[in-house]
Design a protein around this ligand. Structure first.
Ligand SMILES: NC(=O)c1ccc[n+]([C@@H]2O[C@H](COP(=O)([O-])OP(=O)(O)OC[C@H]3O[C@@H](n4cnc5c(N)ncnc54)[C@H](O)[C@@H]3O)[C@@H](O)[C@H]2O)c1
Length: 272
């Protein structure tokens, strides 16, 4: 998307973290926002932040795991704003547990949000995006869309799936007016670990508090910086957007050592 002024952007998971800062930064560039989340209190705070910059914003209660709700959201955005130019499928959650120990309920909860939520968002908005001179689908994956980490199996599997889905969609839409970007953030200082479903088990000895502390220390990029990088990637129509220096380092390491990196990550995680 070459120009953001007067465009309408729909963002899922906009009550916190990266989604909230995307809303604020896109409003600063002249976008109208249609923001959604399950957390209505946080969403209201985001709306107030957008309005402080004189941005136009509508708020929508949405559970991205519910296909009918996502379809109604897309229709409601067009009804309210008259059009939609971009959807950012950002809502996401984490589960910390080994694949052996994790229950299907938690595995499916994560997949329904992190993978199916992205699929529903892309497919529900695509017919409307095709009606614009330029449309854009932005899917938030992770560095865990190309590297794996123990006790994070459901998250890694869903984020790899988002990458595969997004790249295929890019191939299929490349001759249309709709661009597709897949975003791979490194560690971004947000509430993702605090909000995770977290279990200590023989395979995962850290407590949630310990993990939050480690994450806050290691996540060197703020949500605001992440939003700026993502927006600059969108404006360049980048197919793949890496966010943060750690994402670039991990990208190089996995290209240089595609086999060895898997063993290395297991050894590092085993020391914690
Ligand atoms: N923070 C990081 O280090 C990091 C790294 C890579 C990728 N990501 C991805 O970035 C995205 C944003 O995460 P964040 O770090 O800002 O976390 P966050 O926890 O601060 O924000 C996630 C938002 O998603 C919302 N959400 C959760 N379940 C939902 C549902 N069913 N329907 C609608 N909204 C729902 C939450 O209420 C919250 O507002 C996620 O997809 C996450 O996986 C984050």
């Amino acid at each position: 998307m070459k120009e953001l002024n007067n465009k309408v952007a729909a963002i899922t998971g906009a009550a916190s973290g990266i989604g909230q800062m995307l809303a604020v930064n896109l409003a600063a560039k002249g976008c109208e926002l249609a923001i959604s989340d399950v957390d209505m209190k946080g969403l209201q705070e985001t709306a107030e932040m957008v309005e402080k910059q004189n941005g136009k914003v509508s708020i929508h209660a949405l559970d991205v795991a519910q296909r009918d709700q996502v379809e109604s959201y897309a229709a409601a955005v067009v009804k309210k704003h008259g059009r939609v130019d971009m959807v950012i499928n950002n809502a996401g959650v984490a589960v910390a547990q080994s694949i052996d120990d994790v229950g299907y309920e938690d595995f499916e909860w994560l997949f329904n949000i992190n993978f199916w939520g992205v699929v529903y968002g892309a497919k529900a908005f695509l017919p409307y995006l095709k009606q614009q001179s330029e449309g854009h689908i932005v899917n938030i994956s992770s560095v865990n869309g190309f590297i794996t980490w123990p006790n994070n199996g459901p998250y890694c599997a869903a984020k790899f799936a988002v990458k595969g889905f997004s790249e295929t969609l890019w191939q299929e839409l490349r001759k249309t007016n709709v661009r597709v970007s897949c975003v791979h953030p490194g560690g971004i200082k947000t509430n993702i670990v605090r909000n995770a479903r977290f279990y200590s088990s023989p395979g995962n000895k850290l407590t949630q508090d310990q993990s939050v502390k480690i994450f806050d220390k290691m996540a060197n990029t703020s949500a605001d910086q992440a939003a700026s990088i993502i927006i600059s990637g969108i404006l360049k129509n980048k197919r793949r957007i890496l966010v943060g220096p750690d994402a670039y380092v991990l990208d190089v390491l996995t290209r240089l050592f595609p086999v060895g990196f898997v063993r290395f990550a297991a050894a590092v995680a085993g020391r914690k």
